[in-house]
Structures are given as C-alpha cells and as structure tokens.
Design a protein. Structure first.
Length: 209
C-alpha cells in the first residue's frame, strides 16, 4: 500500500493544463478576480472540471504562480550578494516589477497580502530579511538616509505598482519613469516621523488598491 497520489489520466492532465493556460492569460490582463466561469469557458471545459482540478482559488493561484514566486525569491537572494547595497536594492526592485509587468495577476498577488497564500507568505518571509539587510548596509554606506526601513521600500513597490496597473493599457512603460522617481526620492529623502513597524507594511499591502 502507498499514499502516493496517482497521476492524472492523460485527458484529465490535458484539461488541467488548458485551465491553467486560460487562467494565466485572463489574470495577466484582468487580475486575480477572474470568475471561474470565464476560465472554464476560455479553456473549453465545464465548471465541474474546473472545480475538480482547483476546488479552492488558492489551489489555482499556487499552481499558476509558484514558479514566478520562486523566481522573485531568487532575485532577492542574488541582490543580497551585491557588494553595492544600493545597486542591489535598485536592481531587485526593477527586476521584480519587470516580472509583474508581464501579469497584472502576479502583481496583485505580490502587492496584496490579503490575497496571500502560504506560497506568497513564504516569499515575503524569505525576501524581507534580505531586503532589510541591503537597506541596513545602504544606510551604513551613506546611500540611504538614516531611518530608512523595509516599509519605505515596500511603499516604493506599491506606488510604482499602482502606476503600472493604472497605465498598463495605454502607457505600459510609464512605470519605469515612476520607478526612477521613487528610487531617487527614496535615496535622497528627508524622512519625517518615526520608522513604521511590520504592521504598517501589512496594512500598506492590504489597503493599497
């Protein structure tokens, strides 16, 4: 006896791949809240097949975006190895946003912790200390103002991502200008008030849309 999950029949696996392809294409344009009915229709399957393969939306999101999330984690790890902390930070944020530019759904997933699955939570847990380490190094090197925190970096991510989403259809490269403005502002800002805590980061991601 074994507890191994048996492989799907060929036709069942074909339907699963059709559903994943349709879901990714629809979410890339319309975001995460695409109705299951639209996905099943685009895939040419019935709703029963949709729910058998992905009973919960979390199951679908994990299947769609696990590879992309792993890529973002790897980018953060690579950035952390940069001897120039500021260059590593700027490079990481630009690469992450380039990935988000390819899919509105992925951007929403990474910029909204209210949508976070265990997969995305793991990504945040892996990336936050890496980014925090880069920020601390950049502050010590005089590349960022004293008091700069991961929350400031998160704010830049959310702000540029909002520009990306708003201009995706008519000016798809505008986010790059917004990123240049955000990075310049972050690097030379006279930061007012006390540094925000982790709760502020959660609220920022949850409430930005």
């Amino acid at each position: 006896m074994t507890d191994a999950v048996p492989p799907l029949r060929r036709d069942a696996e074909r339907n699963r791949q059709l559903l994943l392809r349709a879901a990714y294409e629809l979410m890339a344009v319309n975001g995460l809240n695409v109705p299951y009915e639209d996905i099943a229709r685009a895939a040419g399957t019935g709703m029963g097949t949709m729910y058998r393969r992905f009973p919960q939306r979390q199951d679908l999101l994990d299947a769609l975006f696990s590879e992309h999330i792993d890529t973002v984690i790897q980018l953060a790890e690579q950035a952390a190895g940069n001897e120039d902390a500021w260059a590593g930070l700027a490079w990481f944020l630009e690469r992450q946003l380039e990935i988000e530019a390819q899919s509105r759904g992925l951007g929403e997933l990474l910029r909204s912790r209210s949508q976070a699955t265990a997969l995305v939570q793991r990504a945040h847990e892996r990336m936050t200390p890496l980014v925090a380490g880069l920020i601390a190094r950049a502050v010590r090197a005089g590349q960022l103002p004293p008091g700069a925190t991961p929350a400031d970096f998160a704010a830049a991510h959310v702000m540029v991502g909002s520009v990306m989403d708003a201009s995706r259809d008519h000016a798809p490269r505008l986010w790059r200008r917004a990123l240049a403005v955000a990075l310049a502002g972050l690097r030379h800002a006279d930061l007012p008030g006390d540094p925000p805590d982790e709760t502020a980061i959660d609220l920022l991601y949850n409430d930005h849309r």
